[in-house]
Unconditional design. Structure first.
Length: 231
């Protein structure tokens, strides 16, 4: 069967990774969570005091970037790809609210984007990939056969993220999570380099009122149509 490229973009906490993972499992495609790559660089910057409240040493970040490696390795126990920063598994550390607070400024830096976009294009060059992020359909794979743009109300998204963080045992307030979701939307959509926007040929899905199963089947059907060359 012919393999295609599936780009899933959208606002934060719209469930992009959930549906991307489901699709990749079903189609036996590679799944790439590009947000995890930006988060890993952010964790690196936090650990090295390059970014902190009121501080962002952009030049230092750019200088050290060639020495930072971000890669995915498969966890054989779960079957999921996990992210490694300079050889260390940071899958858990990158999901905190603190990393979420700093990731959008880090993702505005063109040198960071260039490095990660090149890596993403290399991973997906043979197709058979489902990639989620903010610029996949517009910049990373503008020729992707299927582009989805996901959205939901800020409250719905913050509620999902809040429950996820509580489920991990993190202590967070709903208001802080909501504020972070809104602030990240603002930075991600207004940055100069590759702002979050719907590609002209992307299909928009608002899943505020959709359950996971309906959403999966809707997108899977779109993928099957593309694979069969029906669209
Ligand atoms: O998908 P996520 O919430 O884990 O992404 C974290 C941040 O990374 C997001 O707020 C913006 C940035 N990002 C990006 O700029 N481009 C991507 N392709 C993926 C994420």
């Amino acid at each position: 069967m012919r393999k295609i490229t599936i780009a899933i973009d959208g606002y934060s906490s719209t469930g992009k990774s959930t549906v991307a993972k489901q699709l990749a499992d079903w189609l036996e495609y590679i799944y790439v969570d590009t947000g995890a790559m930006y988060r890993a660089i952010t964790l690196f910057a936090m650990r090295n005091k390059i970014i902190a409240p009121e501080t962002f040493q952009v030049e230092r970040l750019i200088e050290t970037l060639p020495n930072v490696t971000v890669e995915f390795k498969r966890n054989n126990a779960t079957g999921n790809a996990e992210i490694f920063l300079n050889g260390q598994n940071v899958e858990r550390e990158i999901r905190t609210l603190e990393v979420s607070e700093f990731v959008s400024p880090i993702a505005t830096v063109p040198e960071v984007r260039k490095k990660l976009v090149q890596q993403q294009q290399e991973i997906g060059k043979e197709k058979g990939v489902v990639m989620d992020g903010r610029d996949i359909g517009t910049v990373v794979f503008p020729g992707a056969e299927l582009k989805i743009f996901m959205n939901a109300s800020a409250e719905t998204r913050a509620k999902r993220r809040y429950e996820e963080l509580l489920g991990r045992g993190d202590t967070v307030s709903f208001d802080d999570v909501l504020r972070n979701v809104v602030e990240r939307d603002r930075i991600d959509t207004t940055r100069e380099d590759s702002p979050l926007r719907k590609a002209d040929d992307a299909i928009e899905i608002d899943n505020s009122e959709m359950n996971l199963e309906d959403q999966f089947h809707t997108i899977l059907q779109l993928a099957k149509d593309r694979i069969a060359g029906r669209v």
